[in-house]
Design a binder for this molecule. Structure first.
Ligand code: 5GP
Ligand code: ZN
Length: 130
């Protein structure tokens, strides 16, 4: 554990999922990462991948403070996509990896998390129509 990490923050939703205090549908679990299905999926497959350690509020902080863990988080995202069959999905292969960062992107949980989305054509992204 690095100096910026804590094992557990009781006020953090994702730490509570790691601790098993809030149920989640886990698709992958290893020493440093947990992957579980998003409760409000935005695509047929929508999985969140998180480092188990608390202490990185968003991807920029993670990359700055622990680039090695950031790189392995990306590899975990790609592995979850592979495990979910997305790169070879018969109808429409491929997937999207997303890190929402702060209010403009609608970040709601400040424990860094990678969204893995796929299973359908995902549409374009950017500003909402207004
Ligand atoms: P953000 O908007 O911060 O990038 O992503 C947070 C994600 O967490 C949202 O997509 C939201 O649907 C998901 N989420 C919020 N609460 C829960 C929960 O209790 N369980 C699970 N599995 N996902 C959650
Ligand atoms: Zn946390």
């Amino acid at each position: 554990m690095t100096s910026t990490e804590t094992a557990y923050d009781e006020s953090c939703l994702f730490c509570r999922i790691v601790a098993g205090q809030i149920p989640a549908t886990v698709v992958r679990d290893n020493a440093d990462f947990l992957a579980f299905r998003d409760i409000n999926p935005q695509a047929p497959t929508h999985v969140l991948v998180i480092p188990k350690a608390h202490g990185y509020r968003d991807v920029g902080e993670l990359a700055a403070k622990n680039p090695e863990l950031a790189g392995r988080l990306l590899a975990e995202g790609a592995e979850v996509a592979r495990q979910e069959g997305l790169p070879d999905f018969a109808d429409i292969p491929g997937y999207r990896l997303v890190f929402n960062t702060d209010d403009a992107a609608g970040q709601t949980v400040y424990h860094v998390h990678l969204h893995v989305l796929g299973g359908d054509a995902l549409g374009h992204f950017g500003s909402a129509p207004h």
